[in-house]
Design a protein around this ligand. Structure first.
Ligand code: HMG
Ligand code: MG
Length: 302
């Protein structure tokens, strides 16, 4: 299939990127980073997570962060929500998109949500109804679609079953997560062949972690299959605290750079994106995986 003309990027750095970080960023610093990301004209920014603060201490200031939040009109601001308690905080924050989550493997769902898949589904169904009644956008992640740290391969039937159920709730977009960065192009091609026979491509996003350096190759494969929505994280920060072996998401600037070279429109300002990645790299005080950031550093120091 021909490559798409335009692609939507979902920036998940302030949520997925920070949730696994041991370095504490205070609320003001988080806001500064989000503003830098907004300056790069990213269309969607997942700013935090209304999960239990004991489960993800790095985001325990979600309420404070989203109080008197400086929103730009042309950006969709999202947060992760696990249950009705998180949903209540989300409504107080008045963000645009509620991002719910479930895993395709039973063990990861249990470790991540402290409940079974069977128990999580009705919670998502109710939250979707509440979000839609309030006029909010809805998104749901399905994790471990390309491999699980506990159960290894996840059967395709299970991915199809969950995608089907979540779409039947009326959720706007399903993001399929390669939680531990196990996916490879052949697997992506095979899984998308089956998925896209059943579901429209504009309902499916892909969320690649880059543990084994396969994320850009996977995105290229998915582009050729017709997918036009990808999640990524500034600097390549990220990881799920409840998925051992999970490392950073694919770096947003690497994805945008590749898309630009392929002639695919994102409307994202790459120099501003590099500035945001440079800022967060200095804050977490370690070298981040982003290739574009490395190239930028070597140009500016040579
Ligand atoms: P639980 O302990 O089973 O919760 O945790 P509970 O319902 O039994 O309640 C226990 C206490 O927690 C109660 O308080 C609740 O009020 C409180 P108490 O009565 O004892 O004082 N509570 C809450 N407090 C604040 N915010 C809430 C909340 N809910 C209950 N939302 C829970 C269940 C789901 C809350 C917990 O397991 C949790 O927070 N899990 C989140 C784990 C997480 O954030 N993981 C990373 C995100 S997922 C990911 O990274 C993958 C993704 O990127 C895609 C991919 O890469 O594949 C999305
Ligand atoms: Mg993730």
């Amino acid at each position: 299939m021909a490559l798409p003309k335009s692609v939507l990027i979902r920036e998940v750095g302030p949520r997925d990127g920070l949730q696994n970080e041991s370095v504490w960023l205070d609320t003001g610093e988080k806001r500064t980073w989000i503003d830098l990301l907004a300056a790069a004209q990213l269309p969607y920014i997942e700013v935090t997570s209304f999960v239990h603060p004991k489960w993800v201490p790095a985001l325990k200031d979600a309420k404070e962060l989203t109080q008197s939040f400086n929103k730009k009109d042309d950006i969709t601001y999202a947060a992760l929500i696990p249950n009705e308690k998180g949903l209540a905080h989300f409504f107080e924050a008045n963000l645009d998109t509620g991002a719910m989550f479930i895993s395709s493997s039973e063990t990861h769902n249990k470790k991540n949500m402290n409940q079974s898949i069977h128990e999580t589904l009705p919670v998502i169904k109710q939250m979707t109804a509440d979000l839609k009644a309030a006029g909010k956008n809805t998104r749901a992640y399905i994790s471990t679609v390309f491999g699980c740290p506990y159960e290894k391969q996840v059967p395709m039937d299970q991915v199809l079953r969950l995608t089907d159920i979540l779409l039947s709730y009326g959720i706007d977009e399903i993001s399929l997560g390669d939680t531990i960065g196990e996916a490879h192009p052949l697997q992506v091609e095979r899984r998308l062949d089956i998925l896209l026979e059943r579901f429209p491509a504009d309902k499916i996003a892909l969320h690649f972690h880059d543990t084994k350096g396969m994320a850009l190759a996977n995105i290229y494969t998915a582009l050729k299959a017709g997918i036009t929505i990808f999640d990524s994280s500034s600097g390549g920060l990220g990881g799920c605290p409840y998925a051992p072996g999970s490392s950073g998401n694919v770096a947003t600037e690497d994805v945008v750079h590749m898309l630009q070279k392929l002639g695919i429109e994102t409307n994202i300002h790459l120099p501003a994106l590099i500035k945001a990645a440079e800022w967060i790299e200095a804050k977490v005080d370690r070298t981040l995986p982003s290739h574009c950031l490395r190239a930028y550093h070597s140009q500016t120091t040579s």
